[in-house]
Design a protein around this ligand. Structure first.
Ligand SMILES: [Zn+2]
Length: 645
C-alpha cells in the first residue's frame, strides 16, 4: 500500500463473540450446480444458458473450491487460524464507519489501525477484504455460520448504499479531492476492495444482494470517470486504484453487461501498461503493489476480449518480476515498497520489503498464466511463495505480517487483532481462506497435481475422489490414492519441481517410468481403479543459490524452502514483535550479514535428528539454518556473504 498519514489508535480490545445472522437473506434460487467451477477468475455463474463470456477459456481449470478440502497439516492450520480470526470481528464494528457515512446511528466500538474512523482507507478491510475472505472460506470449508455472518454484513452494507450506487466508509468528497489532485490516500483502491468483496459474495455464496450492490457500485464508478478526459483520468490514475479494471471485467463476466467491460477497459492504466506491451522493463521507481492488481486486470481483460496486447502485458510483467525483481524467499518490492533497477536486490536488503500483498497478487496472476498454458514453472514459483512468504507470515493467533524483512538481523512483526488492518491484513485473510484453490486443476481428461498438500479433491464428472497424504515440505514424498466408483481412464499429471533430482514414482508399489514432459509434469495415463495408490519421491537437496547482481552474496535453499540463519533473541521484546509494520532496527544492536566460506568441504550439513536444521562448521562464526517459514520471535538472515578465499 502506498504510504500516507495514518493516525494510530490505542489498541482496542475486542470481544470474540460469534455474530449471529439475524438479518439473513434468503438465497434466491441459488444452486451449487449453477456455479460451474466457482472460480471468480475463470468460471462464474453462467446466466446465459451456460455460455460464458470468455474469449480465451483456460486450458486447465481449477476444481471448484467446494470440491477440495485440506487434510491435516500446516495449510489447514493456517486456514483454521484464519477462520477463527474472521469470527473474532463482530459485524457491528465492521459496519461502524459505513453506517456513520450513510447518516445512520452506530454505537459500536470503532476499529483501529487503517480502519479507524479518521483513517482514509477505512472500509477496505471491513466491507471489502473481509467479505472476500468469508466467501472464500465458505467455499473452502462449507462453514455455513460464517456465510450467514457475511450475508448479514452484505445486507447491512446494502442499507448503507446510496441511491446513486456509491458505497463506502467515507464520503464522496474524498473523490472530489482526487479529482482536484488534492491530497487523499487512495479512494479507488478502497472502492475496488469493497466491490470485489461483494462480487466474491455473489460468486461463492450466491448472494443476490451482493450482486445488486456490486452493480450499483460499478455503475457509480463508471459514471464518475465518464466525464473525465483521458488526460484527467491519467492524473487520477497516479493515485493507487487497486484492480478496478479487474473487478469491472469480472462483473462483465458475471452479467454479460457490456458497460462493465467498457468500464474495465476505461480504467486501464495506459501509462503503466504501454511499456509492458512493448516488452520494456520500466518498473524501477514504481510502487509494486499499486501495479500488480492492474496486471491481473490485464490477464482478465485478455480472457474476455482476446486482446493479445493484454496477454503480452501479463506474461512479460510476470517474467520480469520473477527473473529480475524477486528476493530469494520469493517476495517482490523493496524497502520503499517499490522496484529498483533489475537485478539489484542484493543492494536492497532492508527491514521492509517483500510486501505480503505483492505475494498474494503475484500468486493470483500466476494462476491465470497457468490456466492459459499449464506449465510447471508457474507452479514452481507458486510453491516457492506459498512455503516461504505465505506460510510463516501468520502468527499462531492468526495475526498477519506486512513485510518479510530481508535485512540481516531483522525479525518478523505481526499486527494486532483490531488495531492494524494494513493492506496485507486484507490480502492475508483472503489468502488463508483460499488455500485449496490451486492444489488441483483439470481438463476433460486429466488432473494436474500442482501442489503437494494433504488434501482431497472430488471429481464428480469422473466419479473419482483423489486423496493426497503428505507432510511436505517436511517430508520428501507424497502419496495419492484413487477412490473410484468404477474403473475410469484419466491422466494424472504430477508436477516435477525444478529443485527435485531423481524423482521416483510407483503405482501400487511398482516403479513407473514417468519422465517429466516439456510442460514439467509427470504423466500417468491409465485406467484407474479404486484403491490405486501413487507414491512420489521428491528428493530435496541443499543448494547454495546465487544472488543476481551481487556476486558477494548467496543464500541457502533446501527443496522449495528458503533457509534462514538464526541470529538470536537477545533484547527482543513482545512490543517489538506485535504491533509494528516492520522491525525498527534501531531498537536493537545491528547485526552484520553472516559470512561463510561455501567452498570448504562439509561447511554446512543437516542435523541428524530429522529436523530441518542445517549447521555450519569451521566458519569464523557458525550458525544454524532453518526454513524461513519456521522463523518466529527471533532475528534472522536469509542472505549471507561469501568470504573471500
Ligand atoms: Zn500490503
Amino acid at each position: 500500500m502506498t504510504r500516507s498519514r495514518v493516525s494510530r489508535r490505542k489498541f482496542l480490545q475486542t470481544t470474540t463473540a460469534l455474530a449471529t445472522g439475524t438479518a439473513l437473506l434468503p438465497v434466491h434460487g441459488w444452486a451449487a450446480a449453477a456455479f460451474g467451477a466457482q472460480d471468480g477468475a475463470t468460471d462464474v455463474p453462467r446466466s446465459n444458458n451456460r455460455i460464458g463470456y470468455e474469449k480465451v477459456p483456460w486450458k486447465a481449470q481449477p476444481f471448484p473450491m467446494t470440491q477440495v478440502r485440506l487434510g491435516p497439516g500446516p495449510l489447514r492450520e493456517m486456514q483454521e487460524r484464519d477462520r477463527v480470526y474472521l469470527y473474532m470481528l463482530p459485524n457491528d464494528r465492521l459496519l461502524h464507519s459505513f453506517r456513520l457515512t450513510a447518516g445512520k446511528p452506530s454505537t459500536a466500538q470503532p476499529l483501529g489501525g487503517w480502519e479507524a474512523p479518521d483513517g482514509e482507507l477505512r472500509g477496505h478491510f471491513a466491507g471489502g477484504h473481509y467479505l472476500s475472505a468469508c466467501a472464500l472460506m465458505y467455499a473452502a470449508t462449507g462453514d455455513e455460520a460464517l456465510r450467514v455472518k457475511a450475508e448479514a454484513l452484505v445486507a447491512a452494507l446494502a442499507d448503507c448504499q446510496q441511491e446513486n450506487g456509491y458505497l463506502s466508509a467515507y464520503p464522496e468528497t474524498f473523490y472530489d479531492r482526487l479529482k482536484k489532485h488534492q491530497e487523499v490516500w487512495a479512494p479507488f483502491y478502497t472502492y475496488h476492495k469493497i466491490l470485489a468483496g461483494h462480487i466474491d459474495m455473489y460468486v461463492y455464496c450466491g448472494s443476490q444482494t451482493a450482486l445488486y450492490t456490486a452493480k450499483g457500485m460499478a455503475d457509480w464508478a463508471i459514471a464518475w470517470i465518464a466525464p473525465l478526459s483521458d488526460e484527467e483520468l491519467a492524473k487520477v490514475q497516479m493515485t493507487e486504484h487497486g484492480g478496478m479494471n479487474e473487478a469491472l471485467f469480472n462483473l462483465y463476466a458475471l452479467t454479460g453487461e457490456k458497460k462493465y467491460l467498457d468500464g474495465g477497459l476505461r480504467f486501464e492504466h495506459k501509462r503503466f501498461f504501454d511499456p509492458l506491451a512493448a516488452r520494456a522493463n520500466k518498473l524501477a521507481g514504481l510502487h509494486s503493489n499499486t501495479n500488480i492488481p492492474k496486471v491481473i486486470g490485464a490477464a482478465r481483460g485478455y480472457e474476455l476480449t482476446g486482446d493479445e496486447r493484454y496477454k503480452t502485458i501479463a506474461e512479460f510483467f510476470w517474467q520480469t518480476v520473477v527473473d529480475h525483481h524477486t528476493y530469494a524467499a520469493g517476495g517482490t518490492s523493496n524497502n520503499d515498497e517499490g522496484w529498483s533497477e533489475p537485478d539489484t536486490l542484493g543492494s536492497h536488503l532492508a527491514p521492509a520489503g517483500q510486501e505480503c500483498c505483492c505475494s498474494y497478487n503475484m500468486l493470483k496472476l500466476s494462476r491465470h498464466l497457468f490456466g492459459w498454458n499449464p506449465e510447471a514453472r508457474r507452479m514452481d514459483y507458486y510453491e516457492h511463495l506459498l512455503w516461504n512468504v505465505r506460510a510463516g507470515t501468520q502468527s499462531p493467533d492468526g495475526m498477519l505480517m506486512y513485510y518479510v524483512p530481508t535485512i540481516a538481523g531483522g525479525w518478523k512483526t505481526f499486527g494486532k487483532q483490531t488495531d492494524s488492518f494494513w493492506c496485507c491484513y486484507g490480502t492475508g485473510v483472503e489468502e488463508y481462506a483460499k488455500l485449496v484453490d490451486t492444489i488441483y486443476f483439470h481438463d476433460a481428461s486429466s488432473v494436474w497435481v500442482n501442489q503437494f498438500v494433504a488434501s482431497e479433491v472430488s471429481w464428480p464428472e469422473k466419479r473419482v475422489r483423489l486423496v493426497q497424504k503428505t507432510s511436505f515440505p517436511y517430508e520428501e514424498t507424497t502419496a495419492i490414492t484413487v477412490h473410484a466408483e468404477a474403473p475410469v481412464e484419466f491422466a494424472l499429471r504430477i508436477r516435477a519441481p525444478h529443485w527435485a533430482q531423481g524423482i521416483a514414482v510407483t503405482v501400487n508399489g511398482h516403479a513407473e517410468h514417468a519422465a517429466a514432459g516439456a510442460d514439467g509434469y509427470l504423466l500417468l495415463n491409465r485406467t484407474w481403479k479404486s484403491g490405486d495408490r501413487v507414491d512420489v519421491a521428491l528428493p530435496m537437496s541443499l543448494r547454495v543459490e546465487a544472488v543476481a547482481g551481487s556476486l558477494e552474496l548467496a543464500t541457502l535453499a533446501y527443496g522449495p524452502l528458503a533457509l534462514a540463519a538464526e541470529m538470536g533473541r537477545d533484547g527482543l521484546t513482545p512490543g517489538m514483535i506485535v504491533g509494528p509494520e516492520g522491525p525498527k532496527m534501531d531498537e536493537l544492536p545491528p547485526l552484520g550479514l553472516p559470512v561463510f566460506n561455501p567452498g570448504a568441504t562439509g561447511w554446512v550439513s543437516r542435523s541428524s535428528d530429522g529436523e530441518l536444521r542445517f549447521r555450519t562448521s569451521g566458519q569464523v562464526r557458525d550458525y544454524t539454518f532453518k526454513p524461513l517459514n519456521q522463523i518466529a520471535d527471533e532475528r534472522y538472515s536469509v542472505y549471507w556473504q561469501k568470504r573471500a578465499v
